[in-house]
Write a protein that binds this ligand. Structure first.
Ligand code: UD2
Length: 297
């Protein structure tokens, strides 16, 4: 995508800021972020920053005026926070997202939204295709599923060009903070030569996808003809948490021990993407394998 005017909501966050880096050289990029978890230091100089909440219609309107494409990455990403405070996460993840879709309608802009593997809950098929049943296991998952369905409906009802990307377990540089995911936690523990803490037996598995691949999926979604659809964004490979702990310990030459603690309540046992739809309709396939992705960190 080039020579376009683009809004990235949550553009100072983990995934958003990498997307901004990829877009900024060839496009006019605007970022809407409230900087509660986002970081200004991650933004290139030549983007326009609107500091504000995605749920604030005035800020959103200002940021979205005249755009061709909106990448919607602003969200409260903590699953456990959504369990503790479902209404608060609903306001950001669903109500504000609906505001983004309405704004896109007004601008007739394409919208690419960040959905999640959380829409599947405990998947009943592996690898899980987009057609699998959706029974989210958290308010976060319910909110992402509703957003995902709204994007489909906005295409159907209003002819808006929409795409939902269902991310599996994202990792990469700039993933930080209390809700940052198992890879950044294990890396921190390994670097400090402290015990690597596996929750449960470590046989649970995930599909870890590098943020550079997530960015590439977004760029494909910006130009695909196959709109009104949701796509899995993963590698198609599952890795157990035990294997992950060992890979990280080896990659960092750490003397950490590997410890087991209580399993997480309600943990998903296995998660892995069927990547064939994204390959067929977006021409997207992940390129970064887990070991090289971890080594690059
Ligand atoms: C991921 C997403 C979440 C949501 C969800 C959908 C991240 C960071 N979160 O949650 O947003 O989409 O998938 O199902 O990508 N673990 C340990 N030790 C630790 C930390 C974690 O053993 O110190 C285990 C944990 O119990 C789980 C696995 O690692 O079995 C992955 O945990 P996570 O929090 O990185 O990601 P997940 O899959 O729960």
């Amino acid at each position: 995508i080039r020579d376009s005017t683009i809004l990235v909501t949550g553009g100072a966050g983990f995934i958003g800021s990498h997307l901004v880096d990829a877009l900024a050289p060839r496009n006019e990029v605007r970022v809407l972020d409230n900087f509660t978890t986002g970081d200004r230091a991650h933004l290139p100089d030549d983007v326009t920053v609107v500091e504000g909440d995605v749920g604030d219609p005035i800020a959103l309107q200002k940021a979205a005026r005249g755009v061709d494409v909106i990448f919607h990455h602003a969200a409260l990403v903590s699953v456990s926070q959504s369990v503790d405070e479902p209404r608060q996460s609903n306001r950001t993840n669903l109500e504000a997202s609906l505001l983004v879709l309405e704004q896109a309608r007004q601008e007739d802009a394409r919208v690419v939204v960040a959905s999640s593997a959380a829409v599947y809950g405990h998947p009943d098929e592996l690898p899980v295709p987009e057609t699998a049943s959706t029974n989210p296991a958290s308010p976060y998952g319910v909110q992402k599923l509703a957003l995902d369905q709204y994007t489909r409906l906005y295409e159907e009802l209003y002819g808006l060009e929409t795409v939902a990307l269902r991310y599996f377990n994202a990792y990469g540089p700039r993933q930080q903070g209390p809700y940052s995911g198992v890879i950044s936690t294990f890396l921190e523990q390994a670097r400090a030569n402290e015990p690597i803490t596996i929750e449960g037996d470590g046989q649970q598995s995930r599909d870890f996808v590098h943020v550079s691949d997530i960015v590439r999926a977004n760029l494909r979604a910006a130009t695909t003809d196959a709109v009104g659809e949701a796509y899995n964004v993963g590698t198609g490979q599952r890795t157990s948490i035990r294997e992950l702990a060992e890979t990280i310990r080896d990659a960092t030459d750490s003397s950490s021990t590997i410890a087991h603690c209580e399993p997480r309540a309600g943990d998903i046992r296995h998660s892995g993407a069927d990547t064939s739809k994204a390959a067929r309709d977006l021409g997207f396939e992940a390129r970064v394998g887990l070991e090289s992705g971890i080594r690059s960190l």
